[in-house]
Design a protein around this ligand. Structure first.
Ligand SMILES: [Zn+2]
Length: 190
């Protein structure tokens, strides 16, 4: 076996271990707004169109009063926090099964990239930043599978190929939550 070949095998092994490790992060989910229930979002707005600049709505909007704590929907690594034109103050968290959790329109952000979070930890406060300015405060929550799901391709709707990546967060939360409320949040900042 040549050294180059061995190196390639080693890198491939490391990569597959990383893929497996992230896949194994617990993917249990909580509704990412404190005290919110399944009645606080309209499940029909997932993939609703027309929807502003993005064309279709690739997430759900969970309505709450201003500054209600936004919780991490699952355990994971904060990979991005920042301010975007459309999303306003946003947080992105890489969770189990290679799912990226995207939280937008926050009033304030309480976490930093690189932080490891458990489910239900506070990541910020509900607001109306970005293009939600002037609208009722809500959390925009999107759930992206970084591993494509070709069987979910949907030719009957616009941007239907993106359904290979964007999961319906309402569905994912409902199958795990029923209509239970999250009684308590873990607050690292207090
Ligand atoms: Zn939204």
């Amino acid at each position: 076996m040549t050294i180059k070949y061995r190196k390639t095998i080693f890198v491939l092994l490391l990569l597959s271990m990383l893929v497996a490790l992230v896949y194994l992060i617990p993917a249990n989910m909580v509704i990412p707004v404190q005290n919110a229930s399944v009645h606080d979002w309209n499940r029909d707005t997932f993939w609703y169109q027309p929807w502003g600049k993005s064309g279709v709505h690739k997430g759900i909007d969970i309505f709450a009063t201003m500054n209600t704590p936004v919780l991490s929907a699952s355990e994971g690594l904060v990979v991005y926090t920042g301010r975007l034109g459309i999303g306003g103050n946003v947080v992105a968290i890489l969770g189990g099964r290679w799912r990226l959790h995207y939280y937008a329109h926050l009033q304030s952000v309480d976490v930093r990239a690189g932080q490891w979070l458990r489910a239900a930890e506070i990541i910020g406060r509900v607001g109306n930043s970005g293009n939600a300015k002037g609208k009722p405060p809500h959390l925009h929550y999107s759930l992206l599978s970084l591993l494509p799901r070709p069987w979910r391709f949907d030719g009957s709707v616009s941007q239907g190929w993106k359904k290979m990546f964007f999961l319906d967060p309402g569905h994912e939360l409902t199958i795990q939550q029923g209509s239970t409320r999250i009684p308590l949040a873990i607050d690292k900042t207090e």
